[in-house]
Design a protein around this ligand. Structure first.
Ligand code: C2E
Ligand code: MG
Ligand code: MG
Ligand code: MG
Length: 286
């Protein structure tokens, strides 16, 4: 597209730019193969209930090691997946995989349902192009798990783009008992009228507000405002990027419901996450 627009212009060959786009194309091809061959995996980061210090669930985060065995960051491959349309199969894979791991955990737990949900990221692009609720329904059916075990994380842009579509998808998800979280809240341009209309369970307070809150009163004011907003709208809050006990204490004092961050744990593989959940039953994390 970019090229077509430039046909009447003199093109200057930029070796660096060409190399970058070559690399991007190479990554896209590799990513396509990795999805087809089921070579991505999920990492799980605990979501801690601040009041009890218990594990409420885990955010499921996509991980990809390229053909050279090097881990490519989601902040690099998710935008590539979004630009190329690969985000749709990637998102379908993530929802299916999360459901499969939950069913596996229940089996490993002696057939007893593990009392923890997985929160899966869904891109705005997938929301528009795919039947997200249908994908969730099929994953739940295939693996025989209840909808309350899954939470779907959407960003503000997913809702702003087409609020009516978002509303109908969210309603379908609620009908399946799945929950919905608004990811990175406070960084987009949420329309408060839409927010009130949407069946959202959790606002995830973006890491950028948590990062310097201990010595930045403006950040505290923003967190306080998001917390009040959530309370008025009957939603819960999860603070992202909690790295220090001072932050955790302050967030707790402000009424924040859940915390996620390196203070508690980094994202880990499924086996370690199940162990983490088991240990949290006898010993509160926070
Ligand atoms: P996100 O959904 O906001 O996920 C939280 C990110 O913050 C994760 O980065 C996590 O590792 C990181 N994080 C957690 N605690 C801390 C902390 O205490 N300090 C700091 N500095 N970072 C922390 P990750 O795994 O690199 O993912 C980055 C982003 O990529 C995610 O942000 C999400 O937007 C996207 N992403 C990851 N997996 C998927 C996926 O399966 N589908 C889609 N659509 N997007 C995904
Ligand atoms: Mg997320
Ligand atoms: Mg987030
Ligand atoms: Mg974030």
């Amino acid at each position: 597209l970019k090229r077509a627009k430039q046909t009447d212009r003199i093109e200057i060959y930029e070796p660096e730019a060409a190399m970058l786009s070559d690399n991007r194309f190479g990554l896209e091809t590799e990513l396509r193969n990795a999805i087809e061959e089921d070579r991505l995996h999920l990492a799980f980061q605990p979501l801690i209930e601040m009041a009890s210090g218990r594990v409420a669930g885990f955010e499921a985060l996509a991980r990809w090691d390229n053909s050279s065995g090097v881990a490519v960051s989601p902040t690099e491959f998710i935008p590539i997946a979004e630009d190329s349309g690969l985000i749709v199969p990637l998102g379908q894979w993530a929802i299916g995989k999360a459901a499969a791991v939950l069913a596996d955990w229940d089996r490993q737990n002696g057939g007893q349902v593990v009392n923890a949900y997985f929160s899966v990221n869904v891109s705005a692009i997938q929301l528009v192009r795919d039947d997200v609720a249908g994908v969730v329904r099929q994953a739940l059916q295939k693996h025989g798990i209840g909808g309350e075990r899954l939470m779907i994380e959407l960003t503000e842009s997913a809702i702003i783009g087409d609020p009516d579509l978002a509303l109908s998808v969210l309603r379908e998800l609620k009908a399946l008992d799945a929950r919905v979280a608004m990811d990175d809240f406070g960084t987009g341009y949420s329309n408060l009228a839409y927010l009130q209309r949407l069946p959202i369970d959790v606002l995830k307070i973006d890491r950028s507000f948590v990062e310097h809150m201990v010595d930045d009163r403006d950040k505290v004011a923003i967190v306080r405002t998001i917390q009040s907003l959530a309370e008025v709208l009957g939603m819960k809050t999860t603070a992202e990027g909690v790295e220090t006990t001072d932050q955790a204490r302050l967030l707790s004092a402000l009424g924040c419901d859940f915390g996620q961050g390196y203070l508690f744990a980094r994202p880990m593989d499924g086996k370690a996450a199940l162990d983490y959940w088991r240990q949290s039953l006898t010993r509160p994390i926070f």
